[in-house]
Design a binder for this molecule. Structure first.
Ligand code: GRG
Length: 299
């Protein structure tokens, strides 16, 4: 089996484990309030690359963490991600109609229900993460709850989104763009990596620093590639509206640096991430493969 095929098998197995967890733990749509539960399931299930849970699994492999809490951690992070997409698509934010190849949540249901869907997915993420049945040491579990809260709140993803809204029509500089994306997109990706590792026995401080550096680099690279794909790829491939940044006259890595420079920057970030991983030994292989995937993906 080639290395690529073996990685694809690992990705598929991880996605299946996650999908099963999500299917089983999201409230059934037969349960009242049915319409809200239907919308929550619609926003989360059958879609998305599941990159963040895969990163949690890969970081868990590095730290020799048990599988069960890793799935719950990955699923909790994915709920926060799904909530951010539902809110991001709302008319008050990006006002989009297509997400993961299907109508956005507010188009399929309505705006009020989409707001509630995002809100309740966020609560559910913390319900899953704080479940005493996860079998983790309670103090470590509490730290996981705090890591996710910090990454998604005003000092992380939510704050990054606020900076993005402020930046509209302001022509941010590259350092301003970087500061915004490290929060808006990077914070949750970084949390997925660090939380996955946190499910295992503590890594040495030096290893933790290398892992955090890797996580920062791929978090930013993810957004740089997102900007390039928005400019270059087709809506049918992306499953979301392409060309939105240019249409909204938004400053992005692609518009500021040009497409080939933006691609080169993503490659530099990948190499920086891989250098950090090279200090972590052979168990970092999945993280390495995921970094390549993030930078060379087509959607
Ligand atoms: C109200 C506190 C509060 C938070 C909401 C809307 C919002 C804050 C944040 C938006 C964050 C956001 C949408 C960032 C963009 C990140 C990004 C590049 C998303 C695309 O992720 P993929 O490619 O999507 O992993 P899939 O569909 O594959 O999961």
């Amino acid at each position: 089996m080639t290395r690529n095929a073996e990685f694809e098998g690992w990705v598929q197995a991880g996605q299946e484990l996650l999908e099963r967890y999500l299917q089983q733990h999201l409230p059934a749509s037969t349960l009242a309030p049915q319409r809200l539960h239907e919308a929550m399931r619609y926003a989360v299930l059958e879609g998305g690359k599941r990159v963040r849970p895969l990163l949690a699994l890969a970081a868990g492999e590095l730290a020799t963490a048990p599988l069960e809490p890793l799935i719950a951690v990955g699923a909790s992070v994915e709920l926060i991600h799904a909530y951010s997409l539902v809110h991001d698509d709302l008319p008050a934010m990006d006002n989009d109609i297509l997400r993961r190849g299907k109508p956005t949540c507010h188009k399929q249901f309505n705006e009020a229900l989409a707001l509630l869907t995002g809100d309740t997915l966020q609560s559910l993420a913390f319900q899953w993460l704080s479940d005493p049945r996860l079998g983790l040491d309670p103090a470590r579990q509490l730290q996981l709850v705090q890591q996710l809260a910090l990454a998604s709140g005003s000092r992380g993803m939510g704050g990054g989104q606020a900076m993005d809204l402020e930046n509209t029509n302001q022509n941010p500089t590259l350092p301003e763009l970087e500061a915004m994306h490290l929060k808006k997109t990077g914070a949750l990706i970084r949390a997925a990596v660090l939380m996955g590792a946190h499910c295992g026995p503590p890594l040495e401080e030096k290893a933790q620093r290398h892992l955090a550096h890797y996580a920062n680099c791929i978090g930013l690279a993810f957004q740089v590639v997102d900007d390039v794909l928005d400019a270059e790829a087709d809506t049918s491939v992306l499953g979301k509206t392409a060309g939105k940044d240019a249409a909204a006259n938004k400053t992005t890595y692609a518009s500021t640096m040009g497409l080939s420079q933006a691609r080169a920057f993503a490659q530099e970030l990948l190499e920086d991430a891989l250098r950090a991983l090279s200090q972590l030994g052979p168990r970092a292989e999945r993280l390495e493969q995921l970094a390549h995937f993030i930078v060379h993906r087509s959607h």
